[in-house]
Ligand binder design. Structure first.
Ligand code: ZN
Length: 90
């Protein structure tokens, strides 16, 4: 099972975006709960939306929940070859 964690780019992006919050799960859809200071990641919007409607335990925080789509943050910054080729043309 331990083969390079292919999905951790989303977690890395979420940690950078919300350094104070606890990041759980994985995927491009972030459910941000400012009351409990947690960010839960999901692969599908519908999963995130379903959980966004629920309270975290008895915090009554569902009204504060926000769904945000995040971009993965890869470790290496490699420009796509396509762009490089376009820039070298001039
Ligand atoms: Zn909450």
């Amino acid at each position: 099972m331990a083969y390079r964690e292919p999905l951790s780019d989303y977690r890395r992006a979420a940690r950078m975006k919300w350094p104070e919050a606890t990041v759980k799960g994985d995927g491009p859809w972030a459910l941000l709960c400012q009351v409990t200071q947690t960010v839960t990641l999901y692969f599908l919007y519908m999963w995130a939306a379903a959980d966004a409607a629920k309270e975290h335990s008895n915090w009554q925080c569902a009204a504060e929940h926000r769904l945000i789509e995040i971009k993965p943050l890869p470790l290496r910054k490699e420009r796509p070859l396509r762009y490089t080729a376009e820039m070298e043309r001039d």
